[in-house]
Design a protein around this ligand. Structure first.
Ligand code: IZC
Ligand code: ZN
Length: 410
């Protein structure tokens, strides 16, 4: 006997299972089935496709009028941190830029201060709440970065919290060591601090899957980033780069040359960098919620990247400074409006391609896959980015069990 059947699904979204990220025009190819059925047994998908009466199960969910999709994959977050930075909103209103605030010891460095002060338990409770909010919004796979400790003790404190959360909730989580996220006030020089982070790489490996660096004006140069990335690869990490978020330094080119699993942000990337995506499997993780929250006019050139046969994914960049939202659905709306992506492209970018960007087995619900599913209170997949800012996830199903149900009665 099967455990669960979801039937009468108005629209079933079935991203393709693939070994490589979807590139260029492939991103617009998405199978959608009207009047679909999904069957689950032992936490796995037995069947997903057109309506059938062939199966029986202990539990039946009627999804009349609803969309059903794989759970979303959140490919870029700064989940574990102390404190908050709401005071920066008024600084921004007065004209201070993100990098100016950082230069004056605020921004990331203000979160470093709060994170260092917080106990591991305090960080755990705060990150847990934020993680569960993501889950309620339809996410069941999450990447989580350190980078607010900037010393051994506090970076490890953040990474332990991330690992403990993955274990407590048995979630698909990937942990990223972002030691070189900013240069702390006590550092003798950028180079001395970078060397300190490089020296930590082997020891931190136990707690982290990826190594990442903020390659940006006033933070780390392309040369310094290269030095760190090459040391990280030697220490056994897959690598990621925060590249060209504000200025066109050439972080994208470096990421591609180094075979990074992803290059993230890419708002200011050069034409040459974007052209290089063509021959690479590095996933361009675009974070348009950050561009919105920084109040900028120019967004990453997603269409240009796709024209160059690049692979792109979309994520929130959830962090306490430059994108303070746990709602990936909201970022899907911004991707539709500002990156000019089609509904099919957006859905692939937050499922299969996001999964490739963080190397998790997630983002599809084809036969044999984990039954990580969302039932959306929406009539079609275009409706979710269209009706923006609210939570459309009605039921979140993890390993075949309903773990969040947003239905309530007054
Ligand atoms: O705390 O500002 N861009 N790092 C690089 C961030 C944004 C997070 C932050
Ligand atoms: Zn980031």
């Amino acid at each position: 006997m099967n455990d669960l059947i979801i039937q009468n699904i108005k629209q079933l979204i079935l991203p393709k299972s693939t070994d490589c990220p979807l590139k260029g025009k492939e991103l617009d190819e998405l199978e959608t089935v009207e009047n679909g059925t999904v069957v689950v047994k032992d936490g796995k998908i037995v069947y997903s496709g057109a309506h059938t009466d062939e199966y029986e199960a202990e539990e039946v969910i009627d999804a009349t009028g609803k969309v059903v999709s794989p759970a979303l994959v959140e490919a870029h977050t700064h989940l574990v941190h102390g404190g908050s930075r709401e005071h920066e909103m008024s600084l921004k209103r007065q004209g201070a830029s993100y990098l100016e605030i950082l230069e004056q010891g605020g921004g990331i460095l203000s979160t470093v201060e709060s994170t260092r002060k917080a106990t591991e338990e305090e960080l755990f409770e705060k990150a847990e709440k934020n993680l569960l909010t993501m889950v309620q919004h339809g996410v069941l796979a999450v990447e989580s970065k350190s980078g607010y400790g900037l010393d051994k003790e506090n970076e490890l404190k953040q990474l332990r919290v991330s690992n403990r959360l993955a274990e407590k909730y048995n979630l698909d989580m990937k942990h990223t060591f972002l030691g070189p996220h900013a240069v702390p006030k006590e550092a003798e020089s950028n180079q001395a601090f970078l060397q300190e982070m490089i020296d930590l790489l082997p020891e931190v490996k136990e707690y982290a899957d990826f190594a990442d660096i903020f390659c940006e004006t006033g933070v780390f140069t392309v040369e310094e980033s290269k030095q760190y990335i090459e040391a990280a690869k030697k220490a056994g990490y897959d690598v990621k780069i925060h590249a060209d978020e504000i200025d066109p330094l050439g972080g994208l080119e470096l990421a591609i040359d180094e075979g990074a699993i992803s290059a993230d942000h890419l708002v200011a990337s050069s034409t040459e960098g974007k052209a290089k995506l063509k021959h690479s499997d590095t996933v361009a993780v675009l974070l348009p919620g950050t561009t919105f929250y920084l109040g900028k006019e120019d967004y990453a050139d997603a269409r240009g990247m796709l024209d160059n046969e690049g692979a792109i994914a979309i994520a929130t960049d959830f962090n306490p400074g430059s994108c303070v939202t746990n709602n990936l659905q909201l970022v899907m709306s911004i991707a539709a409006l500002k990156l000019k992506l089609t509904p099919n492209e957006i859905w692939n970018a937050v499922t299969v391609n996001a999964a490739k960007a963080i190397d998790v087995d997630a983002g599809t619900i084809n036969e044999g896959d984990k039954a990580n599913i969302v039932i959306w209170d929406a009539p079609n997949h275009e409706y979710i980015p269209y009706h923006y800012g609210i939570n459309h996830a009605q039921k979140v199903i993890k390993d075949g069990k309903v773990i969040a149900d947003n239905h309530f009665e007054l």
